[in-house]
Design a protein around this ligand. Structure first.
Ligand SMILES: NC(=O)C1=CN([C@@H]2O[C@H](COP(=O)(O)OP(=O)(O)OC[C@H]3O[C@@H](n4cnc5c(N)ncnc54)[C@H](O)[C@@H]3O)[C@@H](O)[C@H]2O)C=CC1
Ligand SMILES: O=C(O)C(=O)Cc1ccc(O)cc1
Length: 366
């Protein structure tokens, strides 16, 4: 069966709560459970579902999604199967080969367990960072083993689609090699760049623009989770990091200890080669997924003074204009007297809001 009417989400952090919110938007009845009662309560308050009565879970759900840290996934799946929580089981762990091997070792029923990995995420964790549109336009890897029941695969595929993602079926080994390239090695590299900032003085950091924020964003992820992810994919990650290190070493060799007029043609060529390859690699990232995910909001940037109450006054002004703020981001360089509030609003409200705010003396940069 592929229709999902009842789902159980085990682990109500960022990913579990986001999946639950997406399913709720389709009217799915969602039951939630998490050993961390604060996470569970918050997920329920966000409208992600209601608490699963673990003593009396009722009739099996169509699918149970285990969205817990990779190390506990096999035991949690095994336990859920033992209790007959659902007809089909999937997980969200960022690594697949080791998780599947351990699931098999623990005696999980691999006919109903379809390992999965939604390729949408954030550098934040916990239910407070969850969003129903987290997986919109993203890929969703499915790694069924040879034992998988085709009906179970169809249900896991339906789950990915209901969350707005594109299912991609591949082997666990191929998955782990792929995510080493597009997620795990980039994460370590971002952390290495971000770690350099520890040595920067406040003046240097005040100059930080969007570029360094883009390159280091994922370095804000949870180190405990990432150690677990990297520990489970050592070979492919190490190989890529060595290649990245070679490129960086080559660039350093071309430039070290030279005055600008001593960086000769051959050295410049070496640097250009890396930049050219980088640009071509960047161009290979499928635009379709990223573009689709862009929410249907228009961003209205408003310059705000860095002083107590400024944001509150802005929100009051937006409220007075009868406009709902769908999302907000504050871009702010420490030490600068102003920041930029990026207000996401419905496209049809943007022009009128910009005009009203500008009339009220706000510096709007629509
Ligand atoms: N953070 C991200 O951007 C992405 C993470 N993932 C994967 O999703 C899974 C969850 O990650 P996040 O939601 O980011 O972490 P999170 O820290 O936000 O949430 C994990 C939740 O699992 C719960 N948990 C811990 N032990 C448990 C157990 N034995 N049984 C049930 N629940 C348990 C925790 O209490 C917590 O609420 C991980 O396997 C991760 O590799 C996949 C895609 C993206
Ligand atoms: O923050 C982002 O943009 C991510 O892509 C996060 C992410 C983290 C871990 C995953 O296994 C998958 C995605």
């Amino acid at each position: 069966m592929t229709g999902i009417e009842r789902a159980a989400v085990v682990g109500t952090g960022l990913i579990g709560t986001s999946i639950a919110l997406a399913l709720r938007e389709h009217g799915v009845e969602v039951f939630l459970t998490d050993p961390d009662t604060a996470s569970l309560r918050l997920a329920c308050d966000l409208g992600a579902g209601r608490p699963l009565d673990t003593e009396a879970p009722g009739r099996p759900a169509d699918i149970a999604i285990v969205a817990a840290p990779p190390a506990v996934v096999p035991a949690v799946v095994r336990d859920a199967q033992h209790r007959g929580l659902a007809h089909v089981y999937t997980d969200a762990a960022s690594v697949k080969d080791g998780v599947i091997a351990e699931a098999v070792r623990r005696g999980c029923d691999m006919s109903t367990f379809v390992p999965g990995h939604p390729m949408g995420g954030r550098e934040k964790h916990g239910p407070s960072a969850a969003r129903a549109d987290l997986f919109l336009g993203r890929s969703w890897a499915l790694c069924p083993t040879a034992k998988a029941d085709p009906g179970a695969v169809a249900t896991a595929t339906a789950l990915a689609r209901m969350c707005g993602a594109e299912p991609v079926t591949l082997s666990a080994a191929a998955h782990d090699r792929a995510v080493a390239l597009v997620s795990h090695a980039p994460h370590v590299t971002a952390a290495a760049v971000a770690a350099r900032l520890l040595g920067g003085d406040d003046t240097a950091l005040a100059l930080a623009g969007q570029g360094v924020r883009d390159v280091t964003r994922v370095a804000g992820g949870d180190p405990a989770l990432w150690v677990e992810i990297l520990r489970n994919n050592p070979g492919p990650v190490a190989e890529l990091l060595e290649e990245i290190a070679d490129d960086l070493q080559g660039t350093a060799d071309a430039m070290r200890g030279r005055a600008p007029d001593q960086v000769g043609a051959a050295a410049q060529e070496r640097v250009r080669d890396l930049l050219d390859r980088g640009r071509r690699g960047h161009d290979r990232i499928p635009g379709k997924h990223g573009a689709q995910r862009t929410p249907a909001y228009t961003v209205v940037p408003v310059v705000i003074p860095d002083e107590p109450g400024a944001l509150g006054r802005l929100f009051v002004a937006v409220g007075a204009a009868q406009v709902n703020i769908e999302d907000v981001r504050i871009d702010h360089s420490p030490g600068l007297p102003v920041g930029v509030a990026q207000l996401s609003v419905l496209p049809e409200a943007a022009a009128e809001l910009s005009r009203t705010l500008a009339e009220g003396g706000w510096s709007v940069h629509a």
